[in-house]
Write a protein that binds this ligand. Structure first.
Ligand SMILES: C[S@@+](CC[C@H](N)C(=O)[O-])C[C@H]1O[C@@H](n2cnc3c(N)ncnc32)[C@H](O)[C@@H]1O
Length: 201
């Protein structure tokens, strides 16, 4: 967890590479999110897809009837995703936004983060925790997917144990569950991941 990790310039990445070839690309709703929505009985309301990238999760949530806002630090990611959503006839509020310096002015029933938190530097994690907690309505949820400590690839994002998630988020969230799973995307084998359900405290 403490090893310093390197990440691309996100804007350049989305300018230069097709989203379909990116390791996290999944055209369908993430199966762990799908299960969590059922378990938590979440069928309507306002959702934020944080670090939306290709926008596939935002689109799948909009198709399920959620009122979706989707943000990413990369302007190109956001505009490409917006174009695809428009082609599908989906109404999603796409915005360029850095979660570490956010201009978001709404609150949400839940925030879904599939891969943004685990690319932030450790020094920025508490800023993330307080900003995200402030974006969630009382009793709302953060649904977080990140790499698990069980993932053994050398490169890639930071990895976490359930105990580390508890430690990082406990100032603002009750950790309801942290389950070992995989990160569905284009890599083979699929990376080991944690799916975490957190409720604002
Ligand atoms: C691993 S990708 C996941 C993309 C998307 N959630 C998905 O599942 O397909 C991480 C995303 O986080 C975005 N990102 C990185 N740092 C960010 C920040 N500070 N604020 C908002 N988005 C950020 C990147 O541009 C990238 O699209």
């Amino acid at each position: 967890m403490n090893q310093q990790r390197e990440f691309p310039d996100w804007e350049q990445l989305y300018q230069n590479q097709q989203v379909e070839s990116m390791p996290w690309f999944n055209p369908d709703l993430d199966p762990d999110l799908d299960q969590a929505l059922t378990r938590l009985n979440l069928h309507t309301g306002a959702a934020l897809d944080l670090g939306t990238g290709p926008g596939t999760q935002a689109m799948a949530l909009a198709q399920r009837g959620f009122k979706v806002t989707a943000t990413d630090i990369s302007d190109t990611a956001v505009s490409q995703a917006q174009e695809k959503a428009q082609e599908k006839g989906l109404n999603i509020d796409f915005r360029q936004d850095d979660i570490l310096n956010s201009n978001l002015d709404k609150t949400f029933d839940f925030v879904f983060d599939r891969g943004c938190f685990h690319v932030l530097l450790p020094a920025h994690r508490q800023d993330y925790v307080s900003t995200v907690a402030g974006l969630i309505k009382p009793g709302g949820y953060l649904l977080l997917k990140c790499f698990s400590q069980l993932e053994t690839r050398e490169s890639g994002p930071y990895r976490f144990t359930p105990a580390q998630i508890q430690e990082i988020f406990s100032s603002r969230f009750n950790v309801i569950s942290t389950e070992e799973t995989v990160y569905h995307g284009t890599l083979d084998p699929l990376p080991r991941a944690l799916f975490c359900v957190l409720e604002t405290s």
